[in-house]
Design a protein around this ligand. Structure first.
Ligand code: ATP
Ligand code: MG
Length: 234
């Protein structure tokens, strides 16, 4: 589904991503982990067009994404959430879900029904008319996922969905990820919550200073001395 080859991103003299290659197969979850500043968010920003990659290629279903703008990447079928949620703070929950997609389905009624069903699934329908800024940080992250679902993307990039979120709400979020994967979606999951990454990911990539230092399944990663050293020191 996604094929990243020799991706590079530099900021002046700082090399944030160094010749990184990986793939996300159909209907799979790639876990992306690494210490602070290792380049995880930068990779997501290059994929969805917030940053222009300095080199390499990013192909999605055979289509080159390099040079495309975020709204084009969204239309091609890649949704994302942000490390710090970016909702429209002075719009209501239902408006946050509807505004980006108005005009994409035959009737606004169909879109409203879809938004209401999504809110209902995570027990937020009762506060559909509250302003987004009135939500907790964790609830905002969940609403971002629902907003992504309004587009029904094939690939969803999740940047730290569990950071600072109460375990009960994390469970709701995880249930959504599992359900969406059962419906055929793929994910790139960036998280410092190793338990969730190990549980959810089909394949894990460990970044350090913009490079892959290890990859494999959960047990490969847990037992890899280079990973232990990168996270905990010698
Ligand atoms: N817009 C930017 N301008 C300059 N440097 C940047 C920019 N964005 C990221 N960087 C640098 O790139 C490196 C990677 O940052 P990035 O945000 O991708 O890390 P991360 O792995 O997501 O970290 P964290 O776990 O803290 O979220 C860091 O050194 C960061 O300072
Ligand atoms: Mg980050």
């Amino acid at each position: 589904m996604l094929d990243v080859t020799n991706l590079q991103k530099t900021f002046g003299g700082l090399v944030a991503v160094k010749s990184l290659s990986f793939q996300v197969p159909d209907n799979s979850i790639l876990g992306l982990i690494g210490v602070n500043g290792s380049g995880k968010t930068t990779v997501m920003n290059c994929i969805n067009g917030i940053y222009h990659a300095s080199g390499g290629s990013i192909r999605f279903g055979g289509t080159e994404l390099a040079g495309r703008r975020p709204h084009e990447v969204t239309r091609l079928g890649i949704g994302r959430t942000f490390q710090v949620p970016r909702l429209f703070r002075r719009l209501t929950l239902i408006e946050n879900l509807l505004i980006p997609v108005l005009g994409t389905e035959p009737t606004d009624k169909a879109l409203t029904d879809k938004a209401e069903a999504l809110l209902d699934e995570v027990d937020l329908h009762r506060i559909r008319d509250n302003y987004a800024e009135e939500l907790s940080g964790g609830q905002q992250k969940l609403v971002e996922l629902l907003r992504v679902m309004m587009f029904d993307p094939a690939l969803i990039l999740l940047d730290e969905p569990f950071a600072g979120v109460h375990p009960n709400l994390c469970r709701v979020f995880i249930d959504q990820i599992v359900k969406l994967k059962e419906r055929g979606k793929s994910f790139i999951l960036v998280s410092h919550d190793m338990t969730s990454v190990y549980r959810l990911s089909d394949h894990i990539l460990v970044l350090n200073q913009g490079e892959t230092i290890a990859e494999g399944n959960a047990s490969d990663i847990q037992n890899n001395p280079a990973v232990v050293e990168a996270f905990l020191g010698r």
